[in-house]
Design a protein around this ligand. Structure first.
Ligand code: NDP
Ligand code: X2W
Length: 342
């Protein structure tokens, strides 16, 4: 059995990892940390796990994680970068759900994240954990930077078009909407039901920290200079991201065929039949990204609809998909759940 540790087990992505790993046949959850709940049984904080998890929260310290084979960081930005070196030196693999190792340009990272980087040397080594691009590198990696939630939905939607060279890469538009669980479990006024409920708003229009991540990811994967306008929105649902992507076509192409071919061997990317409208409810609780392809009125604008569950394919499910690859397991092991409907 793989001994897994979770740093930040009380947060939304932490408990989602616990939910997935509780039924994973090859994994034993050996350590779960929380500062606030240290000493308390995990299933007291989360009764949904009663009978499935007998772990007790411990403080996020090296000694409590030292017997793990892999440690997931489900923590705010700036945490994993301070603990990674010691864990790696002990031979423990790391899967970081935060942004600490995602951006290769350290100055750029420091600008967007507003802090200095504690382990710049590890950034070069980290593998960006989007399996649909980096599968072979992930299998060899000891440090994974899991993609952000918006970057997962946006990159999977644009990739086939950029790889085929059929759109103007300099003028992409991503109009994305997220449920409130994307902001995490911490108490914050914008996440209150009376603030986010019955309301809908854009935020981060002048610049959101996922912009450099998406541009870097698409640039590295396709070798093209990417120009992107990215506008996130907060929508009054709990889980889900819906990205509506726009690009100008530069030639004639069978768009539906292009997407179906690109993702024909990808278990977690489902290209919907022509004419479909992707809907977040069809991926809620599952590790799937569903994509619909449109060319309105046969014009020169392609519109891609890409939906994921931000906590699963956008975070913890993708993290487990990476773990499966790193440990030579079947990529979809423990992740074959069907979406919850409605
Ligand atoms: N929510 C989402 O949809 C997504 C989130 N992410 C990223 O995943 C990470 C976790 O997100 P999320 O689960 O939403 O966050 P939450 O705010 O819900 O949870 C954060 C967790 O980290 C722990 N924690 C906080 N500060 C520290 C610290 N300094 N040292 C150790 N543990 C700490 C908290 O427990 P305690 O304070 O008790 O220690 C808590 O368990 C973030 O980096 C986020 O950006 C990525 C993709 C999607
Ligand atoms: C709705 C909401 O607030 N979403 C978050 C996305 C958070 C997230 O998951 O950030 P990382 O993927 O970079 O870790 C935000 O826009 O800040």
């Amino acid at each position: 059995m793989i001994r897994a540790g979770i740093v930040g087990g009380t947060g939304y992505t932490g408990v989602e990892l616990l939910r997935i790993l509780a039924l994973h046949p090859e994994v034993e959850v050996a350590a779960v940390t929380s500062r606030a709940d240290a000493g308390q049984r995990v299933d007291k904080t989360y009764p949904s796990l009663r009978g499935l998890c007998d772990a007790v929260f411990s403080p996020p310290e090296f000694d409590n994680l030292a017997d793990c084979d892999v440690v997931f960081f489900a923590t705010p930005n700036g945490t994993a970068m301070n603990m990674a070196t010691d864990l790696l030196a002990r031979g423990i693999k790391i899967i970081d759900l935060s942004a600490d190792f995602r951006i290769k340009d350290i100055e750029e990272w420091e600008k967007w994240y507003g802090m200095s980087h504690a382990s710049p040397d590890l950034v070069a080594e980290a593998v960006y954990g989007l399996p649909e691009i980096n599968r072979e590198a992930i299998k060899q990696a000891r440090l994974i930077a899991c993609p952000g939630c918006y970057p997962t939905a946006v990159q999977l939607g644009f990739l086939p078009l950029l790889e085929a060279g059929v759109i103007d890469a300099g003028h992409l538009i991503a109009d994305a909407k997220s449920g409130v669980s994307g902001a995490g479990r911490k108490a914050e006024i914008p996440s209150l039901m009376s603030e986010a409920g019955e309301s809908f708003k854009a935020y981060g229009v002048p610049g959101h920290r996922h912009l450099p991540e998406i541009k870097q990811g698409l640039q590295l994967a396709t070798g093209q200079n990417i120009g992107l306008t990215f506008v996130p929105h907060l929508t009054p649902m709990i889980r889900g991201i819906h990205a509506t992507l726009y690009a100008r076509l530069t030639g004639e192409v069978d768009l539906q065929g292009l997407f179906e071919q690109r993702y024909q061997n990808e278990y977690f990317v489902d290209v919907l039949p022509a004419g479909s409208h992707a809907d977040t409810r069809n991926v809620r609780g599952s590790n799937r990204c569903q994509i619909a392809v449109h060319q309105p009125q046969g014009g020169d604008t392609v519109v891609i609809l890409s939906v994921i569950d931000n906590l699963v394919k956008g975070a913890s499910g993708q993290a487990v998909q990476n773990m499966n690859l790193m440990f030579g397991l079947r990529e979809n092991q423990g992740l074959e759940t069907v979406a919850l409907y409605p």
